[in-house]
Design a protein around this ligand. Sequence first.
Ligand code: GLY
Length: 264
Amino acid sequence: MIVAITREVSPSIARCELTHLTRHEIDVEVARSQHLQYEKILMDMGCHLRRLPPEPNLPDSVFVEDTAIVLDELALVTRPGATSRREETRGVAEVLREYRTIFHIVSPGTLDGGDVLQIGRTLYVGKTGRTNESGVDQLMELVSPYKYKVETVEVEGCLHLKSAVTLVGENTLLINKSWVDPKRFGSREYIDIDPMEPYAANALLVGDQLVYPASFPKTLRRLESKGLSVRVVDVSELQKAEGAVTCCSLIFEKSLPINIELDA
Ligand code: GLY
């Protein structure tokens, strides 16, 4: 069974962190209804939804992806790079404890889940304002015994690594090459975003289906022309908060037979 952790939109989302965007008014009711639609799509796709209650004093708390990295073997609760987001991890950790052994990034490390792109047993980690060297070192130390490789990647012009590149198929990446260098990811198939849609590289892959924002129709056509199965959702109000479709959930298999031999 696939579990999707989400959190309801905070009534204070208008006070969210913004790094690369200009602040525009956010309609909380519209944001809530878009988020509900997003959750409905996840349930239609077969996910078991674990919805956390809203956090009135944590404006960015709908973006649960940044609070944890969930692997088959363990969950790592992050220490988000934005100080205003540090408290978001607590509620998520409580739910994750039901599914995985929990570890934590500790000070001075910072790591945002949006900076970690898992492809098989490689974790690509964006070097951004949200993730620092200590955060990467702690991640590496934790996962290396489970035979994961950690590779850092330069990112420019956007908030997180997954603003610039996401996995849309087993070996296929959707990418904005102005923000991240495709050579960092080895020999794979690449789908370029339409240049008129710089924020279009964030797609959420669940099984073999994609959840994708309605606001990038040109890039959507590129995905569909490759035969990819896409569920489109309007997340325009959440995008004003510098959020995207991967940010709004933590998706993982409920439990898996663990058969990994630890390094001595
Ligand atoms: N507003 C999303 C973030 O900055 O983390």
